[in-house]
Design a protein around this ligand. Structure first.
Ligand code: G3H
Length: 278
């Protein structure tokens, strides 16, 4: 089974406010993306490939409502809170947070946990508190994964090393896996590997040998979990990634990296065609 994930980050922010949304008014953005991508995806075999689109919370209800009959698309949230509602327990006193129970109730099938931008946010809070040992980040993410799974959501768990961490990549990724997945049913989780040092303008893209080495490491450490490339599946690397046996799919975000950068539905569909080879 291949997994094609789409992380729509905050691509809903209009260009005039500094964002990359030139697609649709904010009020219609989630629906527009689902409606402009789901029909062409119906030609793929759901036994062979799954498609999940992760949207900011404000767009989840609209995206779910836009799903057509027999759509192959599934909708997911961008992470969940590390605590949840429970009958007889917390009734929803979670101002500003996003418990997994409501993500599931809104019709989502999955959630994306531990993206490098989420890790950065948590690291920043710890740094403000004077904490330099960042292992707490993995423990917080482990709680989020457990809440998501208790709520019946599939989990895509992101791991990756920064440029500073690269010399100790085995230790860093090993801890992200062992602590993040402690006590978790791995059969319901897919790993997204993000070489953080390689993401962003002007960075050297990760090559085939490096990605293969990491994917093998993850599979060895986890008993063969599915691993997708999370550093950005795009036009430039789709064929290379498709040629790596140990890679089980990819995480798409921006589809255009020069000029009017952003996410464009036709380019997303083209990346999928290039990766799946059909
Ligand atoms: O979520 C995906 C990764 O952060 C890569 O994003 P990008 O392809 O837009 O650089």
């Amino acid at each position: 089974m291949k997994h094609i994930y789409l992380n729509l980050k905050r691509f809903d922010v209009p260009a005039e406010l500094g964002g990359v949304n030139r697609l649709a008014p904010v009020q219609e953005w989630g629906r527009t993306i689902v409606e402009s991508t789901q029909e062409p995806l119906k030609k793929y075999n759901p036994q062979e490939v799954e498609f999940v689109q992760f949207l900011p919370e404000a767009h989840l209800l609209q995206a779910v409502a836009a799903l057509s009959e027999n759509s192959l698309l599934q909708i997911g949230s961008q992470s969940v809170y590390r605590d949840n509602t429970a009958v007889g327990g917390n009734f929803g006193a979670f101002t500003t947070n996003r418990p997994a129970s409501i993500v599931k109730a809104m019709g989502c099938a999955a959630t994306l946990i531990g993206h490098c931008e989420e890790r950065n946010d948590k690291k920043g809070i710890l740094a403000e508190a004077g904490v330099s040992n960042m292992s707490a980040v993995n423990r917080l993410l482990n709680k989020e994964i457990k809440c998501a799974m208790d709520a019946g959501l599939k989990v895509v768990y992101c791991i990756g090393e920064t440029s500073e961490e690269q010399p100790q990549w085995e230790q860093v990724l090993g801890e992200q896996l062992s602590v993040g997945l402690e006590g978790v049913d791995k059969s319901k989780v897919v790993i997204a590997y993000e070489p953080v040092w390689s993401i962003g303008p002007g960075k050297t893209p990760a090559g085939k040998d490096y990605i293969t080495k990491i994917a093998r490491f993850v599979k060895e450490q986890t008993g063969g979990m599915d691993v997708v490339y999370g550093g950005g599946l795009k036009t430039d690397n789709a064929a290379m990634l498709a040629s790596i046996e140990e890679i089980d799919g990819g995480l798409i975000a921006l589809t255009r990296f020069t000029g009017e950068i952003g996410f464009y539905p036709e380019e997303y569909l083209e990346i999928i065609r290039l990766y799946l080879g059909e």
